[in-house]
Ligand binder design. Structure first.
Ligand code: CTP
Length: 409
């Protein structure tokens, strides 16, 4: 049997990037031989094994053929006769379809190295279309390697367009899609992921609510970039530049969905878009079964981001209601993430990327003022039950009023 390193490990070594996990392909072996060498099978009927010591994945060389819709609709053929070239041709991109032996001799039948040099994400063969998830994967690689100058080859974009139009994307499970989306959002240029999906028509299928923002104008005074879709991409770009966590990036992507619902007669204003957007945010959250913290933050940022921008103008009672909505007493981290998302929203505007955002410290100070209200003195005075709740609220309001007065003095 011959063993080769394949896929991302070869690609990233040639790019001079750190290699984290290594995939191996084994040519000329049978399942029995692998088991005899101590490899552990990964699934009952898939020819993939874990190395007894390193735990790395070793797959028997295989060919694949699509036999139905969706991910389950696959038949594969693994046997000692399947060649390395046959295994590589079923892979997604030429830069992912190179193999290397233990002497670092490269097997590159589909010119991955040439495409690495040309900075091109190009599909290997028409077999690309057999897994629609690859549309998301290519967009994710575009987001990851945009900084190196990579773009999607026109013929690959065309294939992605056909796949998006075919209805195949709808067969993807929420879990597989979310895995790609969440990884793509954490790349250096997550806005490129959305741009590529939009360009090939996949955004319209996967997140029509985000796609609908392109072409919707906003008032130029606050939004020199005017277009709501362009603004959304800039907010995402800022979130990545400021190394924000996934929760914040997800909230940034979805914060303005309500603007896609504004009747054209009302453009460029978007009255109550915060509230109108909530049902759309909920739909997108649920479509991809986003984790609970992502879902919650996206809804809260959607509803309250303009409150964040107007923080210093809010009445103490409105400020208190905002802090209560975030449950700042038990969830301080979530309020910090809200502040971060608001700041990214403020900076994701043409020419305003470097602006300061004093609202952030003002909101932090308000949260601290409300948290500083001590409960013990109220208990000592004999308050309990709902009366205690009222008394705490009164004290917090007083504290916020004093805070606001001091800040504006
Ligand atoms: N692959 C594929 N189509 C898929 C998934 C994977 O062709 N839908 C192939 C590619 O050759 C890929 C390899 O399997 O390089 C390993 O896949 P994976 O570990 O998911 O990706 P990597 O290329 O290693 O990329 P990453 O750095 O994102 O892990």
């Amino acid at each position: 049997m011959q063993i080769y390193k394949v896929g991302g490990a070869v690609r990233d070594r040639l790019l001079g990037k750190p290699v984290t996990d290594i995939d191996w392909v084994v040519v000329g072996a049978t399942t029995e031989e692998m088991l005899a060498k101590g490899f552990r099978p990964v699934g009952a009927d898939f020819p993939v094994f874990l190395h007894p010591k390193s735990g790395e994945e070793y797959a028997l060389a295989r060919t694949e053929r699509k036999s139905g819709r969706g991910y389950g609709g696959f038949t594969f053929h693994a046997s000692p006769e399947v060649t390395l070239e046959e295994d590589l041709i079923r892979r997604d991109l030429t830069i992912n379809a190179m193999a290397e032996d233990d002497q670092q001799n490269l097997t590159d039948p589909y010119h991955g190295q040439r495409d690495l040099e040309a900075r091109l994400l190009r599909h290997v063969s028409p077999a690309f279309a057999e897994d629609p998830l690859r549309v998301l994967r290519v967009a994710r690689f575009a987001a990851r390697y945009a900084g190196l100058g990579f773009t999607v080859a026109p013929e690959t974009l065309e294939l992605m367009r056909q796949l998006s139009e075919s209805g195949e994307l709808e067969a993807l499970t929420a879990e597989r899609s979310w895995k790609e989306i969440s990884r793509a959002l954490m790349e250096d240029q997550p806005q490129v992921f959305i741009e590529v999906l939009r360009e090939c028509g996949a955004l319209k299928v996967l997140m029509p609510e985000v796609d609908a923002l392109f072409g919707v104008p906003q008032p130029e005074a606050h939004h020199p970039e005017i277009d709501t879709g362009v603004h959304t991409l800039s907010v995402l770009e800022q979130a990545a530049r400021h190394k924000q966590p996934l929760t914040v990036r997800w909230a940034c992507l979805l914060h303005d969905l309500g603007k896609g619902l504004t009747p054209e007669e009302e453009w460029p204003r978007h009255i109550a878009h915060e509230h109108k957007g909530l049902k759309l945010i909920k739909a997108v959250n649920e479509r991809f079964k986003a984790p609970k913290d992502c879902q919650e933050l996206a809804l809260l940022v959607g509803e309250y981001h303009t409150h964040g921008h107007r923080a210093q103008e809010l009445k103490p009672s409105t400020l208190l209601a905002l802090l209560q909505s975030f449950d700042i007493y038990r969830r301080p981290q979530r309020f910090e993430e809200f502040i971060a998302a608001c700041e990214m929203d403020a900076r994701g505007r043409k020419g305003l990327e470097q602006r300061s955002y004093p609202q952030a410290d003002y909101l932090r100070g308000a949260a601290n003022a409300a948290r500083a209200v001590a409960v013990q003195p109220l208990l000592d005075k004999g308050f309990k039950g709902p009366e205690l709740g009222e008394a705490i609220k009164r004290e917090r309001l007083k504290a916020l009023k004093a805070y606001k007065d001091a800040a504006s003095a």
